[in-house]
Design a protein around this ligand. Structure first.
Ligand code: UDP
Length: 241
């Protein structure tokens, strides 16, 4: 596939669940290999790549709170889970010869660099993939909010939200075969329809700052490159055209 990338700097949000593949818990290394291969391809196009990784395959604070654990403690445990995932991605990228740096919002200097905005930009300019772990560093948030916040503050051109489905549909396409895919939605429509693509905090942050979101299926080989090259797969959530 040839062509000029549509975006100069992208932020890819990958859930922990996606990294878990078919496993109930932990990391599916076949998925890691697939994801890093795709990232390498867009990196080779000269695109600056940031990754925000979730931790749902390891720990979710809200679920643990239902079981009686203190919510904030559970959230910190969840944030630590994202660091485990980030290190797996970093390792996968390095094995392919792609320079990568993990930066964490919770300091753990023996493991990764602290997140410093200007340093993250410098890494990107030097051609390194930057993996952002530890969420925002605050409980009661999700890694979707981290993705929205970092995409805005690091002046990304787009937030790419990887999901299991290849976009936003009128209904769950697995349960309802007559469901159709939206090519484009504006933020308010997503909020008003209660579409569960990102939490509202993340979505409104994108809306307030005009950060476009592309919702797509990353696990289909070549999809990341297709989106980067401007192929209109998935659903674009943006300000009305
Ligand atoms: N988390 C948090 N603050 C953040 C980001 C994440 O407290 O800024 C915690 C929260 O408990 C969350 C867990 O980390 O459930 C894992 O993140 P998330 O649920 O966003 O992962 P994903 O669903 O993307 O796998």
């Amino acid at each position: 596939m040839a062509g000029e990338p549509r975006y100069r700097r992208i932020l890819l949000k990958l859930s922990g669940e996606a990294l878990g593949g078919s496993r109930d818990y932990g990391i599916d290394f076949a998925v890691v290999r697939d994801v890093v291969r795709q990232i390498k391809r867009v990196h080779e196009l000269g695109v600056q790549v940031l990754l925000v990784i979730g931790g749902g395959n390891i720990f979710r604070g809200r679920d643990a709170a239902k079981g009686g654990l203190d919510r904030a403690t559970g959230d910190y445990m969840g944030m630590l889970g994202t660091v485990i995932n980030a290190l797996a991605l970093q390792d996968g990228l390095e094995k392919l010869g792609v320079a990568a740096r993990t930066m964490t919002a919770i300091q753990m200097n023996q493991v990764a660099e602290p997140y410093i905005r200007r340093r993250a930009v410098r890494h990107l300019e030097k051609g390194r993939v930057v993996i952002l772990a530890g969420g925002n560093g605050d409980p009661y948030f999700t890694t979707d909010t981290t993705a929205a916040l970092r995409a805005v503050e690091l002046e990304c051109d787009v937030l790419m939200k990887a999901t299991k489905v290849d976009g936003i549909y009128t209904a769950d396409p697995v349960r309802d075969p007559s469901a159709t895919k939206f090519r484009r939605l504006d933020y308010m429509e997503v909020l008003n329809r209660g579409i569960d693509v990102m939490d509202n905090t993340a979505l409104t942050l994108c809306m307030d700052n005009g950060m476009p979101i592309v919702v797509f299926d990353l696990l289909k080989e070549g999809n990341l490159e297709r989106v980067v090259l401007g192929d209109e797969i998935g659903t674009l959530v943006a300000t009305p055209a």
